[in-house]
Design a protein around this ligand. Structure first.
Ligand code: ADE
Ligand code: ZN
Length: 339
């Protein structure tokens, strides 16, 4: 495949995105526009100046840039505009279904009401179905570097909006904040009928123990990142047997660790794991979901069949009803057959 053919195939391929933080899709241009609308003065005056501040080499240094940028998100319209801008880009990346993370505590801790956040996001979700043909769902993420009580209070605040949320996740700084810290919150969320996923970030202290616990004890419905599972072949077998998806983010990995961790993804795929490709925080890492397909394919000489398998995995690892999954998988096969 020429690089043009590869890009056209990767962009056109119908796919689901299962690991994208809406706050991580806040592009500098929108950040400036929202700052102006809300009368907030920013230190930087141009997009280039702003991008020049996006300097990070690990998760902690990334988060130190990511959270302050959210100060421009104040009204329901701001959250609507944020989600809408992402959804339009997602459409151009061949996304047919998306399960999007949002971080309510990053906003309620600044005095923005939970209701404001979710009403704005929900408006974009509803419009996306009507105007973009994307079915979009929201996944509420708890910030693992805040106390457990705060997560539980956030879950309770979310319950009146239960029908607008498909599941819960766990993000932010994993160091000293293992999944076990949130066992009670996640068990409660499951009792409320929500799906469960958790970040098991790359190369953390105790990564393999965290992965084992979420898979075998808590029994999550998906794992975000999780490629350190290759350290334990028996656990890989358990993962494959469970059919649980891993939401991998090669471009993001290359910013917060020394590599894309592509070799691990390719190896896990070959062993039958439900590996999926996703963008994580594309406004900061410079690649939306189709770019993640392109980058992995270029580096590991992946062919169309492998990319199509990754797209099929993305639907099979989603939380859509079985008949919708089957319909989207058929769409992938039709797309490939028409090439
Ligand atoms: N929050 C936003 N992006 C994240 C990431 N890549 N890892 C953990 N928490 C996050
Ligand atoms: Zn993430």
């Amino acid at each position: 495949m020429t690089s043009d053919d590869l890009a056209a195939f990767a962009y056109g391929l119908p796919k689901a995105e299962l690991h994208v933080h809406l706050e991580g899709t806040l592009e500098p241009e929108l950040r400036f526009a929202l700052a102006e609308r809300n009368g907030i003065e920013l230190a930087e005056k141009t997009v280039d100046e702003m991008r020049a501040t996006y300097v990070f080499d690990d998760l902690t240094s990334f988060l130190a840039v990511y959270y302050p940028a959210m100060a421009v998100l104040v009204t329901a319209d701001d959250f609507d505009d944020l989600a809408w801008a992402y959804l339009e880009r997602a459409r151009a990346n061949g996304v047919r279904h998306v399960e999007m993370f949002f971080d309510p505590q990053a906003h309620t801790s600044r005095g923005v009401a939970f209701d404001t956040v979710i009403q704005g996001l929900r408006r974009a979700v509803v419009r996306a179905e009507a105007e973009l043909g994307i079915d979009a769902a929201l996944v509420l993420c708890f910030l693992r570097d805040l106390p457990t009580d705060s997560a539980m209070a956030t879950l309770e605040e979310a319950l009146p909006y239960r029908d607008w949320i498909v599941g819960v996740g766990l993000d932010s700084d994993e160091r000293d904040n293992p999944p076990t810290k949130f066992e009670a919150v996640f068990r409660r969320a499951r009792a409320e009928g929500l799906r469960l996923t958790m970040h098991c970030d790359i190369d953390q202290v105790g990564s393999i123990d965290s992965i084992r616990w979420v898979l075998e004890e808590l029994r999550v419905d998906r794992i975000d990142h999780g490629t350190n599972i290759v350290e334990d072949p028996a656990l890989v077998e358990a993962l494959v047997g469970s059919g649980i998806g891993l939401t991998c983010c090669p471009v993001s990995n290359s910013f917060v660790t020394a590599s894309m961790k592509g070799a691990e993804m390719v190896d896990l795929l070959a062993r039958g794991a439900r590996v999926t490709l996703n963008s994580d925080d594309p406004a900061y890492f410079g690649g939306y979901v189709a770019d993640n397909y392109v980058r992995l394919a270029e580096q590991y000489a992946l062919g169309r069949d492998t990319l199509a398998q990754l797209a099929i995995n993305s639907f099979e690892a989603s939380w859509l009803p079985a008949e919708r999954v089957a319909a989207y998988v058929a769409e992938v096969r039709e797309f490939v057959a028409a090439q």
